[in-house]
Design a protein around this ligand. Structure first.
Ligand code: PMP
Length: 427
């Protein structure tokens, strides 16, 4: 049994000693003391089904024994910086990771987070092309350092500091967007931005294939092929941010960009790559990677032996346990059940996403698509009380984000939908 500090003690200390910007879910936040696969446990031993842990990093399941074993073994053996000496952990993982990527994408740079990965990707694109302008999508989240906050395009995550050289294109959002699901129409806006907002030359285009923080927005079909072609004509590189949509989450594919049948020039990743361990990566071609030989470049802990040992174990678990196939089968089943819930509850405006990256958008009026901001909080709180933890996002905060560990099964899916159904019936 848990004998540590109570939830109230921890809350008080957070207020006193941690940044006031720290937020938590729920009126009465859960004190999570233990995790096991798709479950979390609070201080009283109460079990919760975790339908959001995937976003927070866990793809194989909380404390997956094989990943834990790899981390412990490496920690007992050596933990050190990546620079200066040889060690096989980093090369083993880089080789395994590169084998999961198409084409010439085989040079890996390791970082400690998604922000760092995107910062590096954008810098490399600027160096490689000699251009400064970058195009990203409205509603995107790419990180919170200088360049990545510039690429991020939601006012709630942006601070008023200088963010230069980024143009934000119209979001190809099939539910709220101007052109519905017509990806090519949205792509014209990128062409316009290049013509009217830049010198005609750009450094890069960066986007997620399915926006995570943005509320599980799957880019309209046909969008990325058209945009990649415009960007390349303008001399730019195409960056795929796979921080959320990568690592088998979409079920149908290992990487989100594959759902749009494109091959990027740079791919960035984090979160699920380490199953909870801080790890990020940038993968690119040997030609683009060359730019980092112009000066010295290093990252003290990016790719350290413990994190890369974890990363390799994660890839092995995904393969051994057929987690991509599971995401596909369980995700499709869950999506169908959520779609049937839409027939029953007027408040559900849209059900979307792929595999185990699903979104349920709540609106108080289906015609006007008025965000159901208060209602979503009520449903979320009730679901928590019934033992289901779910995420929330989107610009208006009215979209449920369902991104569980990839070991989520059919019974878990049924339980989640039944609980959501009940909570919605109490509105
Ligand atoms: N890209 C995407 C798509 C993300 O969702 C996030 C984090 N929410 C990041 C980048 C930044 O990652 P990190 O928080 O690890 O810096």
């Amino acid at each position: 049994p848990y004998t540590g500090p109570s939830a109230a003690d921890i809350s008080a200390k957070r207020k006193e000693f941690l940044s006031p910007s720290m937020f938590h879910f729920y009126n009465k936040p859960v004190n999570v003391v233990h995790g096991k696969m798709q479950y979390l446990f609070d201080e009283n031993g109460r079990r919760y089904l975790d339908a959001f842990g995937g976003i927070a990093t866990v793809c194989c399941g909380h404390c997956h024994p094989d990943v834990v074993k790899a981390i412990v073994k490496q920690t007992q053996n050596l933990q050190h910086s990546t620079i200066l000496y040889l060690n096989h952990a980093i090369t083993d993982f880089a080789e395994a990771l590169a084998s999961k990527l198409p084409g010439d994408l085989k040079v890996v740079f390791f970082t400690n987070s998604g922000t760092e990965a995107n910062e590096l990707a954008m810098m490399m694109a600027r160096l490689y092309t000699g251009s400064h302008d970058i195009i990203s999508l409205r509603n995107a989240y790419h990180g919170n350092a200088a360049a990545t906050m510039g690429a991020t395009a939601q006012s709630n995550w942006k601070y008023n500091v200088i963010q230069s050289g980024v143009h934000h294109a119209i979001n190809p959002d099939p539910y709220r967007g101007l052109f519905g699901s017509d990806g090519e129409k949205y792509a014209h806006d990128v062409e316009d931005l290049i013509q009217f907002g830049t010198s005609g030359h750009v450094a890069a285009f960066i986007s997620e294939a399915i926006q995570g923080v943005g509320g599980i927005v799957e880019l309209a079909p046909g969008y990325l092929p058209a945009v990649y072609s415009s960007i390349r004509k303008a001399g730019g590189l195409c960056i795929a941010d796979e921080v959320q949509s990568g690592f088998a989450r979409t079920g149908s594919h290992f990487w989100g960009f594959e759902t749009q049948h494109v091959v990027p020039d740079i791919v960035t990743m984090a979160k699920g790559i380490g199953n909870g361990i801080p790890l990020g990566a940038v993968v690119t071609t040997p030609k683009v990677a060359e730019v980092l030989t112009r000066r010295s470049y290093f990252n003290t802990f990016g790719g350290n032996p413990v994190c890369t040992a974890a990363g390799l174990a994660v890839l092995q678990v995904i393969e051994r346990e057929n987690l991509q196939e599971n995401a596909n089968i369980v995700g499709s089943y869950l999506k169908q059940r959520l779609i049937s819930l839409k027939d029953k509850h007027e408040i559900i405006g849209d059900v979307r996403g792929r595999g185990l990256m699903l979104g349920v958008e709540l609106v108080t009026d289906r015609q006007l698509k008025t965000p159901a901001k208060a209602e979503i909080l009520q449903v979320m709180e009730q679901m928590k009380d019934m033992g289901v933890l779910i995420g929330k996002g989107g610009f208006y905060g009215n979209v449920f984000r369902i991104t569980p560990p990839l070991c989520f099964n059919r019974e878990d899916a049924d339980y989640l939908v039944d609980v959501m159904d009940y909570a919605m019936s109490k509105l």
